[in-house]
Design a protein around this ligand. Structure first.
Ligand SMILES: O=c1ccn([C@@H]2O[C@H](COP(=O)(O)O)[C@@H](O)[C@H]2O)c(=O)[nH]1
Length: 233
């Protein structure tokens, strides 16, 4: 069975979140990112969890190992299902994140993944601005390998790198892919985009979908269309 699409709750506050969630009868897998978390704090996570939804807390930690370890210990106590860091923080930082998560977890440890190259980044941008003299795929594969060596559960990448990551790091190593759009949909600030059906055929373990659902005229219909394509029905 396919994993549920992860819906990015990129809303300015609690009111908009519950207005959105009230449209759905089923339990969703949702993503709480910086916009919502920095506005509402940890309480929003507890409230969404109390409604029975699964949560990816997407705060992309990137700091010195000691700070990340302590922060992860705190996040683990929120009982979320999936959390992340930036792989660019290094292997030691990722190992520290895992230690913190293990120390703070009550029961099952949340899955921990690392961002490779943001889906809003192009190869040209990466080479010029980050001064990385590789192809984008090489850089993503390098970060995926480093993430695996640090003992994490997978990475955030675009659909376009997912298959090669599975080949290099194994099928069980998660490929969580944002930048998902319905055919003809506006890419907005995303650069490495793909449709849900292309993601299914090209090695994504989870797709992350924000505006294609949350900004749709009928959010339930848009969600169902994403599910239909992702599940190959
Ligand atoms: O590389 C990354 C990492 C995280 N994201 C997050 O996913 C959603 C995508 O939203 P859309 O509206 O579907 O573009 C958003 O919350 C990002 O912070 C990403 O896009 N790329």
């Amino acid at each position: 069975m396919m994993n549920k699409p992860i819906i990015a709750l990129d809303f300015p506050g609690e009111q908009e979140v519950f207005q959105f969630l009230n449209h759905f009868e089923e339990k969703l897998f949702v993503k709480v990112g910086m916009e919502l978390f920095y506005q509402e704090g940890p309480d929003i996570v507890r409230k969404i969890k109390d409604l029975g939804h699964d949560i990816f807390l997407d705060l992309k930690l990137h700091d010195i190992p000691n700070t990340v370890k302590s922060a992860m210990k705190g996040l683990a106590r929120l009982g979320v299902d999936l959390v992340n860091v930036h792989a660019a923080g290094g292997k030691q930082m990722m190992e520290a994140a895992l230690e913190g998560l293990e120390a703070g977890s009550v029961g099952k440890r949340p899955l921990l993944i690392a961002v490779t190259q943001l889906t809003s980044t192009t190869e040209e941008q990466m080479q010029k601005e980050q001064k990385i003299p590789l192809t984008l795929l090489e850089s993503v594969l390098h970060y995926a390998q480093l993430t695996k060596e640090a003992g994490l559960d997978g990475v955030v990448c675009s659909v376009h790198e997912a298959k090669q990551i599975a080949e290099r790091c194994g099928e069980a190593f998660l490929r969580v892919t944002p930048g998902i759009r319905l055919l003809g949909g506006d890419a907005h600030d995303q650069k490495r985009v793909a449709t849900p059906d292309f993601a299914r055929e090209n090695g994504s373990s989870y797709i992350v979908v924000g505006r294609a659902v949350t900004k749709a005229e009928n959010v339930v219909e848009a969600y169902q269309e994403v599910c239909r394509l992702w599940e190959g029905k």
